[in-house]
Design a protein around this ligand. Sequence first.
Ligand SMILES: Cc1cc2nc3c(=O)[nH]c(=O)nc-3n(C[C@H](O)[C@H](O)[C@H](O)COP(=O)(O)O)c2cc1C
Length: 325
Amino acid sequence: MRYADLEISSPFVAAPMAGVSSPAFRIMAREGGASLVYTEMVSAAGLVRELPRTMVLTRVLPQEHPVGLQLFGADPEVMGAAAAKACRLLAGQVALIDINMGCPVRKVRRQGAGSALLDDPVRAGEVAAAVVENSTLPVTVKLRLGWRGDELTKVLPPVLAAGVRGVTLHARSAKQAYAGEADWSAIARLKSWCPVPVIGNGDVTDHEKAVAMLEQTGCDLVMIGRAARGDPWIFGRAAARWRGEPVARVSLEQRRQALWRHVELARRTGGRGHALHFVRQFMMYYTKGLPGAVVFRRAAGAARDLEEITAITERYFQSLLERAA
Ligand SMILES: Cc1cc2nc3c(=O)[nH]c(=O)nc-3n(C[C@H](O)[C@H](O)[C@H](O)COP(=O)(O)O)c2cc1C
């Protein structure tokens, strides 16, 4: 199966998520069966100036491949320069460049970037053209429907004319942020006329919904975001269901081991501070739905350092494993 010139193993890919899509998250997602992963959105201006806090976000490890680098920005010249620099500095590390035209966050929109580009098809086309012209990698775009309604037939033609090779649609308006439901019928509508592969995205909460999105919308691939936090196996389960194979249940012991593997990867790739931040953020996802999780999270949330949080978490999992034995 192919997407934007890449050979990939299944239709289920991991979403770019700021503050989440670290190398540790991406490795976990790849090991769980995601066929493609993305960096979180990276500032084009920061990349051009090689700001340390931006460059950290572009670090990719060999076991993550294939990885899409996502760029955000509003100035075609800066976006083009960032694409050229990424292709030079990250040659062999990233497999495609994705342009963010969907971020609804005010700080990003105020710069004219992210979903602000949906209001300005001319600029959106210029940004896409600048990235394509300066890139030796395939270029794709990720967007929402529009600011309020479905504006895709206005904004996408100039972007596609620039040579963009794939489109990911989070089927909500930017104004909606995360309210309401993603409108999967808009993915089907886009698929009916879009000449390049379409990745459907929005509200895939489990592996069954992932396969349902493929079937209901006809999209080529499905992108999973929030549901993959603490459930890296969702990609493999979806692929099994899609192939008609049995779907394995995730055991408590697997969850325990995955949490520690994720922490260890976070420590190795980002240091102890990153690991502590990660455990705080992710322990609630890895323990979602487990008995006593609320009390555990309160205790773990109050822990001061990695040792204390590790001990509390390990005690919690031991008690669950003993109860289940
Ligand atoms: C914490 C968080 C950070 C996100 N950061 C990005 C980002 O950097 N770039 C992007 O294109 N989308 C970003 N998104 C949007 C997701 O990629 C995805 O489109 C959205 O969550 C809908 O998919 P889901 O319902 O599977 O979560 C982010 C979402 C979340 C929850």
